[in-house]
Design a protein around this ligand. Structure first.
Ligand code: CA
Length: 290
């Protein structure tokens, strides 16, 4: 089970499966009750869908009762399969500067701005932020390594999801920590006529990046909807924390190397294993035209 502590560092806790009570640890009567009760009382039934998505039934009911007016999509790891490249580029660039940072850690920190990522590593190792020049040098190397990789492909199934959501005529926003210029043009190239130019929240629109709620609060403002009328779609712990901090029902789709628990512990209301599961789930939800 992996999680971020207050300072944003990963740590690892091992949980042991609850052992079945044995006659040695409980009285004979308790033991008999534990063993016989499941045979007599029927187990709580999960609905077919809840079972399929590994969702508890109350969560699914909450989701199905929503009147959804907007969906906010994160970009890296949700629209594009770019995270393996970002993670490797961070790992290699930092190693060049003698700083240890695994690709797994890169996934845990995903969504932070470049400065904040470098500061987090510096604080872990040296107890203080990195200076401006160091940050610029590391980020320049990371960008150069990343630029050498092929252009990331869209996440499998995302084009169908976006098309389907677009046809519901609701607000569809991209909420990303990315500071890429011509982001709208890139989105147009891969997903033509899906997004609107003023429906993008990037690093340029906010002062505080994820996990601060500002990016998703800004998205709510742009769409003109309340938190309970929106959904956030994220793949990473910090993005999930941002969505939840903005008070929005947040779905974690685990498209990378993290565990379901990493996303659950970050506060995801629901965790799915891939985009196809989200595509199926969409059919059961209520949308309100804009
Ligand atoms: Ca992401």
């Amino acid at each position: 089970m992996h999680a971020l502590d207050e300072a944003g560092y990963s740590h690892y806790n091992r949980q042991y499966k609850q052992r079945l009570p044995t006659i040695l640890s409980l009285s004979a009567i308790d033991w008999a009750v534990c063993r016989i009760k499941p045979l007599i009382l029927p187990r709580k039934k999960k609905t077919k869908e809840a079972f399929m998505y590994n969702i508890d039934t109350p969560t699914l009911t909450t989701l199905k009762n929503k009147n959804i007016k907007a969906i906010f999509f994160d970009m890296d790891g949700i629209l594009f399969d770019s995270m393996p490249y970002h993670a490797e580029a961070w790992h290699k660039a930092l190693l060049h500067f003698g700083l240890e940072f695994s690709p797994y850690e890169a996934y845990l920190h995903e969504g932070r701005t470049a400065d904040s990522t470098i500061d987090a590593i510096y604080n872990r190792l040296y107890g203080h932020d990195a200076d401006r020049t160091t940050k610029d040098e590391i980020y320049a190397l990371k960008s150069s390594i990343f630029g050498g990789y092929p252009a990331p492909k869209p996440i499998e199934g995302i084009a169908e999801v976006l098309q389907w959501v677009k046809e519901q005529n609701i607000h569809l926003l991209v909420v990303t920590g990315s500071a890429q210029v011509s982001l709208f043009e890139k989105l147009q190239e891969y997903f033509p006529a899906i997004f609107e130019r003023n429906h993008i929240v990037s690093a340029f629109e906010v002062k505080h990046g994820k996990p601060h709620p500002e990016p998703y609060l800004t998205a709510l403002k742009i769409a003109g909807v309340d938190a309970e009328e929106a959904l956030v779609i994220e793949n990473a712990p910090l993005g999930i924390r941002s969505g939840r901090a903005a008070g929005i029902f947040t779905i974690g789709i685990n498209t990378g190397i993290l565990t379901r628990d990493d996303l659950k512990e970050a506060g995801a209301n629901l965790v799915l294993d891939n985009m196809q599961q989200f595509r199926e789930l969409l059919k059961d939800l209520n949308f309100v035209h804009r």
